[in-house]
Design a protein around this ligand. Structure first.
Ligand code: NAG
Ligand code: NAG
Ligand code: NAG
Ligand code: NAG
Length: 836
C-alpha cells in the first residue's frame, strides 16, 4: 500500500509542477490524467498523454515515442478529437478508461465486458496501455489492453490475426488500418488483416477490395515479402493453432533500435527503424514495391516478373491474346491443352514464386510433399500443391483448387509451386507438332504451350533434339519447314573438306594465342591459310553428342546459302578421331552490338552513314533468305549480336542455329518450342509459337530501332514510363518527338530525313499483327525510295524477361560470332513449350 501512496505522491508532484515527463507509468481510479499531463513508461520510451498532430490543433489521447521525433504510435479517440486544450482521462472503479471532453461528455472509452477490483492502468515498456488489478502477480491477465486495438501502427509484440476462443464472445480479431491522411487519424481506406478462409494469408484491403496480398506464411516470412534476412534486431513470429489462435507478430531483440510497422494513408506498408546513430526514422517499404504486388495483376495462371510484366505458367496461354499483347494482363491465362484429369497428370515445378491466393486451398501441416502430390491427384479440381513450410527440406502440404491467382517471381523468399498439367500422351496435348499446324491454320484454338523459363541448362538438353530436327526431321514432326529431299542427302559435297593438317597449321596448332574465345560447344580460333586468307575455325568439342551424319547434313544446309550479307561457311574438317570443325570467313570487326551498345566512342565511330549502310545490308541479306535463296529460310534469331561486321563494316547475318527452311508453298508454321531472344520476338511467335517471314520482319524492325537509338530492346528503361523500347519509339512517334529517340552520339552525322524514315519503317515492321507488317521486299523498297510511307499502327509489345546478364563480349563473343550451327550460346533463350 505504501507503494500506491508513493504513486499518488508522485502524480501529485508532477501535477503541481506540470511536469509532463515524470517517470510514472501507472495511474489508478481516483486520479485522472488531465490535458497537459502525461505518464511515461518505465524505460522512458513511450509516453501517454494528450497530443496534437503537427498541422492541426486537434488533440488526441495517444501513446507516442517520448524521443524519436515524438512519433505517435497509438490513438484512442481517432474519430473524436478534442478541439481545445481541455479534457481528461479517468479510470472508473470497475476498470474502464473514459475520455471526457471539456464539456464533460464521454468521447471515448475502453470497453470491457468484465470488471475488476482495485484496477490500475499502466503504460508498459512495450507501449501497451493495460488495465489490470492493482496487485496482479503475473500481470498477464489484462482486463483491457491497447495492443488489442491497434491504430495504424503495429508495434513489436502487437498481434495481427485472430483468436477464435471457446466461445465467440472472447474471440478477438486483430487488424490495423490506415489514417485518412497524415493529419487526420480517423480510419482511412486501407487495412491490414489476416484472411483465414483458406490457409491463413496476410492481406491489405482497400475498403473491402483486395488490394495487396502478402501471401501465406512459409515458415520464414510471408510468401510475398522478401526475407528480412538474418538480423539481431527483430524476429518474426507466426503462431498457428487451428481452432484456437492464429497471429503474426514481431519482437525486438535489442534496445538499441526502435521499429514500427505502419500502414500509410496511401496503402504502403512500411517498416520504420530508428537508431541513435541515424537519429531519424528510416523507412523500408515492405510491399507495393512494384506493380507486381497489385493483387491479381496477371489474372489466373499468370505470373508477374521483375519487369512488371506477366507470363503464363508452363502449360497455359493468354486468355485474350489481344489484350495481353496490349499489356492488359488481367484476364489471365487458360490451359493450353484441353484438360483431362488423370492420375498420370504431371506437375510442373515453378521455382522462386510467391504462392498463389490460398483462399480456396486445403492444408495439412504434417503431410510431406510426396503425399501432397498424391492427395492432389485424387481430386480433379486440385490445380497445384506446395509445401507450407520452406525451412529445411520443406514440410507440410498446401493444395489449391481452381484458378491460381496472384503469383509473382520472388527470388528471395519464393518457393516451388507444383502446377498440374495434363498427363503427357493424353488428350490433344500429345502431338503438339501435328495439332499445332491445324491450329495455326484454323486459328480455332491455341494449343501451343508457352513457358518463359530462361533456364540455360535446358539448352543442353534441347540442343541435341534440336540439331537432330534441324534439316533432317522437320518433315516428320509436322512443324513446317520442309527441306527439299535431295538436299538433305547432300552430305556436304559442295563444300570443301579441309585437310586437318592445313587447319592445324593455319591456327598455329590451335594455340591459345589464336583463340578468339570459348563457347559452350568448344573453342573458336583465328587462322591464316597459306594463301593469306583469314579464317575462323570452330572446333567442336568431343563432348558434343552430335553424330557425324547430322553434322554433314548441317554443313550441306548452310552451304546452300551464299550472299554478301550472310557470313560464309568455307568448309569443314575433321580429325582422324572424328572431331569435327567448321571453317568460316573471318570477321575482324566483331558484331554490331559491340558498336551500337558500346561506350560513347564506339557508338560515335559507327556514324549514321555506316549505320544506314548496315541497315540496308541486313535488309538485303534477309530478303535473300526469305525470297531469293534456294531454300526459303526464316532466321528466327535476328539480333544485333548475330550481325557480324567485315573490314569495311559491311554487315553479315550469322548464326543459323535457329533457322528453319520452308517449302515453296508454305508461308507460316507453328512450333512447339519457341526459340529466340527476348526483345526481338514478335508477339505471335513468343506467345503462340507461330513463326513466318513476318516474325523475322518484326525482329528486323526492333533491330532498326536499336541501331538508330543505340538502346537495347531488352533491359530498356525509361525514367518517365514503363514502356519497352518499342513502346517508347511508338510514343515518340505519336508525340512527334522522334529526335529524342536518336542516339545522341550520332546526332552530328545524322541525316534526319533518313533516320526518321528508318524509325517509321521500323515501326511498320513491329506492328502487332503480322499481316500489317511489310515483307522484306517492301521494306527494301521503302528504304531505297522516297515514296511516302503508311502510318504505322501500335506495335506489338511482348513481355520480356530478364536473364542474369545478356552476355559478355569477351567470353562468349567468339561463340556468338561463329555460331552458325550452335543453338547454345548464352545469348539465346529457349522457351520450352512441349508438354512433358
Ligand atoms: C470495443 O470497441 C471496439 C472499437 O473500439 C469494437 O470494435 C469492439 O467490438 C468493442 N468490443 C466490445 C466487447 O464492446
Ligand atoms: C540512445 O540514446 C538515448 C538518449 O539519447 C540513450 O538513453 C540510450 O541508451 C541510447 N541507446 C543506445 C543503444 O545507445
Ligand atoms: C494430415 O496428414 C496426416 C498424415 O498423412 C494424417 O494422419 C492426418 O489425418 C491428416 N490430417 C487431416 C486433418 O487430414
Ligand atoms: C475436390 O475438392 C473440392 C474442393 O475441396 C471439393 O469441393 C470436392 O468435393 C472434391 N471432390 C472430390 C471428388 O473429392
Amino acid at each position: 500500500m505504501s507503494k500506491i501512496a508513493l504513486y499518488f505522491a508522485l502524480i501529485f508532484f508532477s501535477y503541481i509542477f506540470n511536469v509532463c515527463s515524470g517517470a510514472e507509468d501507472i495511474f489508478s481510479a481516483n486520479q485522472p490524467i488531465k490535458n497537459g499531463e502525461s505518464i511515461v513508461s518505465a524505460n522512458g520510451v513511450y509516453e501517454l498523454g494528450f497530443f496534437s498532430l503537427e498541422s492541426s490543433t486537434n488533440q488526441y489521447l495517444s501513446i507516442r515515442y517520448k524521443k524519436a521525433d515524438g512519433v505517435i504510435a497509438w490513438i484512442a479517440n481517432r474519430d473524436a478529437p478534442l478541439t481545445n486544450a481541455s479534457g481528461a482521462l479517468t479510470l472508473s472503479s470497475e476498470g474502464t478508461l473514459k475520455l471526457f471532453n471539456g464539456s464533460n461528455t464521454i468521447i471515448w472509452s475502453s470497453n470491457s465486458t468484465r470488471s475488476l477490483k482495485n484496477p490500475v492502468a499502466q503504460l508498459l515498456d512495450t507501449g501497451n496501455l493495460v488495465i489490470r488489478t492493482e496487485n496482479d502477480p503475473d500481470q498477464g491477465d489484462f482486463l483491457w489492453q491497447s495492443f488489442d486495438f491497434p491504430d495504424n501502427t503495429l508495434l513489436p509484440g502487437m498481434k495481427i490475426g485472430s483468436k477464435i476462443g471457446k466461445n465467440s464472445a472472447t474471440g478477438l480479431f486483430w487488424s490495423f488500418n490506415s489514417w485518412k491522411s497524415n493529419d487526420d487519424p480517423s480510419p482511412g481506406t486501407f487495412h491490414v488483416k489476416l484472411d483465414i478462409t483458406g490457409y491463413p494469408q496476410l492481406f491489405i484491403y482497400n475498403t473491402s477490395a483486395r488490394y495487396i496480398r502478402a501471401g501465406p506464411w512459409n515458415g520464414v516470412t510471408w510468401s510475398g515479402i522478401p526475407i528480412a534476412g538474418l538480423n539481431n534486431i527483430f524476429v518474426d513470429e507466426f503462431h498457428f493453432k487451428e481452432e484456437e489462435e492464429v497471429y503474426y507478430k514481431y519482437e525486438l531483440f535489442s534496445n538499441s533500435v526502435l521499429i514500427r510497422l505502419v500502414i500509410e494513408p496511401d496503402g504502403r506498408l512500411i517498416r520504420y527503424a530508428w537508431t541513435n546513430q541515424s537519429n531519424k526514422w528510416e523507412p523500408a517499404t515492405l510491399i507495393q514495391a512494384d506493380y507486381c504486388d497489385d493483387y491479381a495483376r496477371c489474372g489466373a495462371y499468370g505470373s508477374c516478373n521483375g519487369n512488371n510484366l506477366c507470363s503464363c505458367l508452363n502449360g497455359f496461354t493468354p486468355q485474350n491474346l489481344e489484350a495481353w499483347g496490349g499489356l492488359n494482363f488481367s484476364e489471365g491465362c487458360v490451359r493450353a491443352t484441353e484438360y483431362i484429369c488423370s492420375d498420370r497428370d504431371d506437375f510442373v515445378p515453378h521455382s522462386n514464386k510467391k504462392l498463389p491466393d490460398t483462399q480456396r486451398s486445403l492444408y495439412n501441416l504434417s503431410m510431406n510433399l510426396e503425399d501432397c502430390k498424391k492427395k492432389c491427384l485424387e481430386n480433379c479440381s486440385c490445380t497445384a500443391y506446395a509445401n507450407t513450410n520452406i525451412t529445411g527440406k520443406g514440410s507440410g502440404c498446401l493444395l489449391w483448387f481452381g484458378g491460381l491467382i496472384d503469383i509473382r517471381d520472388q527470388e528471395q523468399s519464393g518457393q516451388v509451386l507444383y502446377v498440374r498439367v495434363a498427363a503427357s500422351g493424353s488428350g490433344s496435348g500429345s502431338g503438339s507438332g501435328s495439332s499445332s499446324l491445324a491450329s495455326s491454320s484454323s486459328g480455332a484454338r491455341r494449343i501451343i504451350l508457352i513457358v518463359v523459363l530462361p533456364i540455360i541448362s535446358i539448352l543442353t538438353v534441347v540442343l541435341g533434339i534440336y540439331l537432330w530436327h534441324f534439316c533432317k526431321y522437320r518433315k516428320n514432326n509436322g512443324e513446317g519447314g520442309e527441306l527439299i529431299e535431295g538436299e538433305i542427302d547432300n552430305d556436304g559435297k559442295d563444300l570443301p573438306l579441309f585437310d586437318f593438317r592445313t587447319i592445324a597449321n593455319a591456327t598455329n596448332n590451335f594455340s591459345n594465342n589464336n583463340k578468339l574465345g570459348e563457347g559452350g560447344f568448344g573453342p573458336v580460333y583465328k587462322g591464316i591459310l597459306e594463301d593469306g586468307k583469314e579464317i575462323a575455325v570452330k572446333r567442336r568439342s568431343t563432348r558434343s553428342t552430335q553424330g557425324v551424319e547430322e553434322f554433314k547434313n548441317e554443313v550441306s544446309c548452310i552451304a546452300k546459302l551464299q550472299h554478301r550479307n550472310l557470313v560464309r561457311l568455307l568448309g569443314w574438317s575433321t580429325t582422324e578421331e572424328g572431331e569435327r570443325m567448321l571453317v568460316y570467313e573471318y570477321m575482324p570487326n566483331k558484331s554490331l552490338n559491340f558498336f551500337i551498345f558500346g561506350d560513347k566512342k564506339e557508338r560515335a565511330s559507327l556514324d549514321w552513314a555506316k549505320r544506314y549502310n548496315i541497315i540496308n545490308g541486313i535488309a538485303k541479306g534477309l530478303l535473300y533468305l526469305h525470297e531469293d535463296s534456294r531454300l526459303r529460310v526464316i532466321h528466327r534469331d535476328l539480333k544485333a549480336s548475330n550481325i557480324l561486321l567485315d573490314y569495311s563494316m559491311n554487315p553479315k547475318i550469322s548464326d543459323f542455329g535457329m533457322a528453319r527452311s520452308f517449302g515453296d508453298t508454305e508461308t507460316e508454321a507453328n512450333t512447339a518450342r519457341v526459340v529466340g531472344t527476348y526483345g526481338y520476338m514478335s508477339p505471335e511467335y513468343a506467345i503462340e509459337g507461330a513463326f513466318s517471314v513476318k516474325s523475322d520482319v518484326y525482329s528486323f524492325g526492333v533491330l532498326m530501332i536499336e541501331i538508330v537509338s543505340g538502346k537495347k530492346s531488352r533491359f530498356f528503361n525509361h525514367p518517365d514510363h514503363n514502356l519497352n523500347l518499342m513502346g517508347h519509339a511508338w510514343m515518340s512517334y505519336k508525340e512527334d518527338r522522334l529526335v529524342e529517340l536518336i542516339d545522341e552520339s550520332i546526332l552530328e552525322s545524322i541525316d534526319q530525313y533518313q533516320a526518321y524514315r528508318v524509325i517509321l519503317i521500323g515501326l511498320l515492321c513491329v506492328q502487332q499483327y503480322p499481316e500489317d507488317r511489310p515483307n522484306m521486299s517492301s521494306v527494301l523498297m521503302m528504304l531505297t525510295s522516297n515514296n511516302s510511307l503508311p502510318h504505322p499502327k501500335q506495335p506489338g509489345f511482348f513481355t520480356e524477361r530478364k536473364l542474369d546478364e545478356e552476355y559478355n563480349l569477351s567470353g562468349n563473343e567468339a561463340d556468338a560470332l561463329y555460331n552458325l550451327l550452335d543453338s547454345s550460346s548464352s545469348t539465346q533463350t529457349v522457351t520450352a513449350v512441349e508438354p512433358r
